[in-house]
Design a binder for this molecule. Structure first.
Ligand SMILES: [Zn+2]
Length: 145
């Protein structure tokens, strides 16, 4: 899902949480909002490392080309996994949950991350692209070993 949609839906979700739980401070609500799209920073990092260029414009261009290539492959029945995205793994979500015991702000960050991940999964299912992602850090590490 494109960042602009994550920002839009993240805002809708954050406002909904704020309406349903008016006792939650705006600081925590903004953590939910920021986490709902900043989790995609790993997409930027994986792209930047692949092309060895940290210019955002070039990384976005690279991702657009990658998406085009992936669509063509998908049409031919070629189903390959995409880049590894650490922040999107189950283990990273568990880590953020555990950090919540040190500072409860992490639980609001986790709420934004879970919302983001659910949107991603819905979008991947909708576009028949579930195979593109690695959901487990452990599985990725085992394949690398
Ligand atoms: Zn994402």
């Amino acid at each position: 899902m494109l960042p602009r949609w994550h920002i839009l839906w993240g805002a809708v979700f954050s406002i909904a949480v704020w309406l349903f739980l008016p006792g939650v401070s705006l600081f925590y609500i903004s953590l939910i909002f920021l986490a709902s799209f900043l989790i995609d920073f790993d997409h930027y990092m994986s792209g930047a490392m692949s092309i060895r260029d940290y210019n955002l414009k070039n990384v976005l261009k690279y991702h657009r080309e990658l998406l085009k290539k992936e669509k063509e492959e998908n049409k031919k029945g070629i189903r390959v996994r995409g880049h590894f995205h650490l922040f999107h793994t189950l283990e990273f979500h568990i880590l953020v949950f555990a950090l919540g015991y040190l500072w409860q702000g992490f639980w609001f960050i986790l709420a934004g991350m879970i919302f983001h991940s659910l949107l991603d999964i819905a979008s991947l299912i909708n576009r028949d692209r579930l195979y593109r992602r690695e959901y487990f850090l452990v599985a990725w590490l085992l394949r690398k070993a």
